[in-house]
Design a protein around this ligand. Structure first.
Ligand SMILES: Cc1cc2nc3c(=O)[nH]c(=O)nc-3n(C[C@H](O)[C@H](O)[C@H](O)COP(=O)(O)OP(=O)(O)OC[C@H]3O[C@@H](n4cnc5c(N)ncnc54)[C@H](O)[C@@H]3O)c2cc1C
Ligand code: SF4
Ligand code: SF4
Length: 395
């Protein structure tokens, strides 16, 4: 049973080997970054309160705020792969989102209990891989179960596991070995007949449009939702690396071309990410760290329950072709990194990787700005099984 999630290394190896079924792609991704907050006594929100936001701190960013019993709440943002910004970040944007007056009035005086980040495979059923082979079957988000119309993945992932369990029991009772053919007859058939398959089919094209523009994406989702998937857009998409715009796309009245070059050069020289400098020019205020609710990314990492990578393991984030990093126009992998595990390398070349910090979120995989030379579905980042990660039960 392979149920290693949207960026699981075993699932990725299988996809590298077998490819995806004709017509399927995994071009749509997002990273969700979440904070679990102990709400202040002054907060009047009832458990069960759900707040969703759109358009802040950038038009492409969605936010969520769920209130639980005992004055706790989880809140966070999604940064999608169709956002074309070359300096996309998520931690800084999460903090600005929390500081929006509409959210802040509920959480001011509270404390950060934990923090985490995780990628979502937003191609849903269009990203479905081959569901089984000799001796194995795929379940969960890595098998395309996420419903990209209702934005839900937990129940769907569970359901696929239950279906596989029923199928395996059936095969065991009949004494049939777990060959590809037998699993197709027992598991894939059950999946296709299940009510969930109908729901996923309705959602299959719901995200088409976002790769072209935010408004078209909203129209496509609305159309698929209202007509239960009968009417939808059908837009040719490209891998996420092809969506990332060059640094020059940042040029604006506030951001002159020379300023961008200064910022990029300083980033290479000082081996620093550049999103803070870019945001400063664009007029974003500094984050007023209080050490309790608003803290540095490294402090949040400790709060998140980061588990240190055990000694003796190889790096699990590597690059396929170092030369591509040298000619890379944006180094977006470093900017997005949820844990500051990727940092600028020597002379703007291959980024340095610190596996002690990596939370295995997978955001670097789809935020890499260069396409793999060997696999049209992949970027220049190779993500393998590794040690450590983020083991907070709360997140
Ligand atoms: C911020 C955020 C908010 C979300 N909110 C919702 C929501 O409100 N409702 C909803 O329905 N869905 C939500 N989702 C989506 C939902 O979380 C996923 O669809 C769901 O968790 C997928 O389950 P899964 O078991 O397939 O994969 P995962 O939950 O990713 O589990 C895979 C597991 O496999 C482990 N693994 C990977 N490789 C290996 C290996 N080599 N060996 C051993 N273990 C390995 C991983 O550590 C992980 O624990 C959200 C996602 C995010 C990121
Ligand atoms: S290096 Fe690790 S923490 Fe950073 S983006 Fe990649 S998977 Fe996430
Ligand atoms: S890993 Fe990808 S985004 Fe990062 S520097 Fe190399 S080519 Fe560029």
């Amino acid at each position: 049973m392979v149920g290693d999630g949207p960026v699981g290394a075993v699932g990725r190896k299988l996809d590298d080997h077998f490819g995806l079924p004709p017509g399927n792609h995994q071009h749509d991704w997002a990273v969700g970054m979440k904070a679990v907050v102990q709400l202040p006594d002054s907060c009047t929100l009832e458990p069960g309160t759900v707040i969703h936001t759109m358009g802040f701190p950038e038009p492409e960013i969605f936010g969520f705020f769920y209130v639980y019993p005992d004055r706790s709440a989880s809140m966070g943002i999604f940064v999608p792969s169709w956002w074309e910004s070359p300096v996309r970040t998520s931690y800084r944007y999460l903090q600005h989102w929390m500081m929006h007056p509409y959210i802040w009035r509920h959480i001011e005086g509270g404390s950060l209990r934990s923090w985490g980040a995780k990628s979502l495979q937003e191609s849903g059923m269009r990203g479905e891989p081959f569901l089984c082979g000799d001796g194995y079957a795929r379940i969960g988000e890595g098998s395309g179960t996420t419903n990209v119309l209702t934005n839900s993945g937990v129940d769907e992932a569970w359901r696929s596991g239950v279906i596989l369990a029923e199928s395996v029991i059936d095969l065991l009772k009949r004494g049939v070995p777990f060959t590809k053919g037998a699993l197709e007859g027992a598991y894939v058939r059950r999946r296709r007949e299940d009510i969930q398959n109908k729901e996923l089919e309705r959602a299959k094209y719901a995200r088409d449009g976002f790769q072209k523009s935010f408004m078209l994406g909203m129209m496509g989702t609305g159309m698929a939702g209202i007509t239960k998937g009968v009417c939808h857009l059908n837009i040719k998409t490209v891998p996420p690396s092809k969506k990332i715009k060059p640094m020059e796309s940042l040029i604006s009245e506030k951001m002159l071309r020379t300023k961008i070059h200064q910022i990029v050069d300083a980033g290479v020289r000082e081996k620093k990410t550049i999103h803070d400098a870019v945001m400063a020019v664009e007029g974003w205020p500094e984050i007023p760290y209080d050490g309790t609710l608003l803290m540095s990314q490294q402090d949040a990492l400790f709060k998140g329950g980061k588990v240190q990578a055990a000694g003796g393991f190889a790096d699990h984030v590597t690059v396929e072709d170092p030369a591509l990093c040298l000619s890379c126009p944006t180094h977006t992998c470093v900017e997005i990194c949820s844990a500051q595990a990727l940092t600028p390398g020597e002379d703007g070349g291959v980024p340095s990787f610190d596996r002690e910090k990596c939370v295995h979120c997978g955001a670097c995989i789809w935020s890499c700005a260069q396409l793999s030379a060997t696999n049209a579905e992949r970027s220049n980042i190779i993500f393998s099984a590794g040690s450590g990660g983020l083991h907070s039960n709360e997140n």
